[in-house]
Write a protein that binds this ligand. Structure first.
Ligand code: HEM
Length: 60
């Protein structure tokens, strides 16, 4: 739902999803990457989806 629906559904959603996939795959495969702060998890009624905020990662 974060890309909308119906006639005006986001036409760029496939580009955005692929971009996110490439970014996260590369980021999460970095040697020595660790979590510094866990994210808070909440529910957003507007998009009918979960929101993860405040995740901090660091290298080394
Ligand atoms: C995470 C990235 C993105 C999010 C969350 C997002 C989200 C949205 C949302 C919610 C809408 C409105 C849908 C509606 O009115 O029902 C929209 C429309 C649109 N988006 Fe995206 N979008 C993203 C990336 C992109 C990209 C990468 C492109 C182009 C390459 C793009 C092009 C468009 C266009 C042209 C519309 C207008 C569609 C219309 O009114 O018919 N978006 N987007």
């Amino acid at each position: 739902m974060s890309f909308g629906d119906g006639h005006h559904r986001c036409p760029g959603c496939y580009v955005a999803l692929q971009e996110t996939d490439v970014f996260l795959t590369r980021l999460l495969s970095l040697e020595g990457l660790r979590t510094e702060r866990k994210p808070s998890v909440s529910w957003n009624d507007l998009i009918s989806g979960y929101e993860l905020r405040g995740l901090t990662v660091a290298l080394g």
